[in-house]
Design a protein around this ligand. Structure first.
Ligand code: PMP
Length: 368
């Protein structure tokens, strides 16, 4: 195994470097004042300092469940397990499915691929098209693995979002083979146009739906969750207990306080969507203006813009040059199982200022 290129890059770069590499939310959108108020309120509750139950505090699980139910996916707190970020949710699931074969999208989330390797899952990649995985290739792989990890909303890295039609087709295949879906959706709320219907809602008995507050509120609280059928969730408890007994109680009580004011949270989500949409549009415009040889689609949500120069360019080699000029991105080959160099790049557009976006793209162009 190798460490994640992204985490290593984040450690290596200095303050001056323009980074399009990490999946960092915009700092100016953290609701710091409201989190402070929620924290002070939460601190008055003596329970905040005590050990808690492994599946998470009831109030927070109930709040999360209510959001699913409101969206038409009936859910109670017994369907929700709180985890230490959705990263831990994936770790728990990978441990549970240790040694199995798993169908994944290619490209896919680097952090998940590393967890799968660590737990000896054998990954089979299926090519992503611009409206989701290729359905035929998916069925060919899934009929053998009967287990899949998908990111259908504004995927990391490719920003791809599944069409309604593909969501139906993929869910039907999972049902046909009575397999399991792990649906990872940390970006589902960051839509510019409309919220998508989760694939898991079509497969309530055969799915694990992963959520997180990292991209919608603050990542440092490290709170995510798994939504699943009650019986399926029970089978994960021994793993969760073995890892950390329970996720941080202080973080959970702070979130519970914050989420009590639903309207405030909704407004905050809308502010993020508005800001990110402007950034995504600007990033795409600047690319077209400064570096038109980089082919891409304008994102419809999430935090990433993905595209390619075509096969003639090795973006892994290019990033070494870019580093010297103090600009960095993630080369696309990092998101593939075999990591063979290619012409693809993932850009994060949420963390940089408009000036940094323009300057950074000009620097990359000069290295090109
Ligand atoms: N899944 C995906 C697709 C991600 O992009 C990330 C974060 N980059 C995670 C899971 C993990 O997020 P967290 O642990 O902060 O919830």
């Amino acid at each position: 195994m190798k460490r994640s290129f992204i985490r290593e890059i984040l450690e290596a770069i200095d303050e001056e470097t323009i980074s399009f590499a990490g999946g960092l939310p915009s700092e100016k959108l953290f609701p710091a004042e409201d989190i402070k108020i929620a924290t002070l309120k939460a601190m008055e509750n003596p329970k905040i300092y005590q050990y808690g139950i492994s599946n998470g505090i009831n109030e927070l699980r109930t709040q999360i469940a209510a959001r699913y139910t409101k969206e038409g996916f009936p859910t109670t707190k017994d369907n929700v397990l709180i985890t230490t970020g959705s990263q831990q949710a994936m770790y728990i699931l990978a441990k549970y499915f240790e040694d199995k074969d798993i169908t994944i999208e290619e490209p896919s989330y680097l952090g998940a691929m590393n967890i799968f390797r660590l737990n000896h899952l054998k990954m089979e990649g299926v090519k992503l098209e611009n409206d989701g995985v290729n359905v035929e290739a998916f069925e060919n792989s899934f009929k053998n693995t009967k287990l899949t990890y998908l990111i259908p909303d504004f995927q990391n890295p490719s920003a791809t979002t599944y069409s309604d039609e593909k969501r139906e087709k993929i869910a039907d295949i999972i049902k046909k083979y009575d397999g399991i879906l792990i649906e990872d959706s940390p970006y589902g709320e960051l839509f510019f146009d409309k919220k998508n219907v989760s694939m898991s809602s079509k497969l309530p008995k055969n799915s694990f739906h992963l959520g997180s507050f990292s991209k919608t509120l603050v990542p440092s609280l490290r709170i995510g969750w798994i939504r699943a059928d009650e019986e399926l969730l029970k089978s994960l408890m021994i793993i969760k207990e073995s890892i950390d007994l329970h996720s941080c109680g202080i973080s959970q009580y702070i979130l519970t306080e914050y989420l009590k004011d639903e309207k405030k949270y909704e407004k905050h989500l809308q502010d993020i969507r508005d800001d990110y949409e402007k950034k995504a549009n600007f990033f795409s415009e600047q690319l077209n203006l400064i570096m038109p040889e980089f082919k891409h689609e304008k994102p419809k949500g999430g935090m990433f813009l993905y595209g390619t120069f075509g096969d003639g360019i090795d973006t892994f080699a290019l990033v070494q040059e870019c580093l010297k000029k103090k600009v960095v991105y993630v080369p696309g080959n990092q998101f593939y199982i075999d990591k063979i160099p290619n012409g693809e790049i993932r850009f994060n557009y949420t963390h940089s200022t408009f000036e940094q976006i323009e300057k950074g793209i000009k620097l990359i162009k000069s290295c090109l």
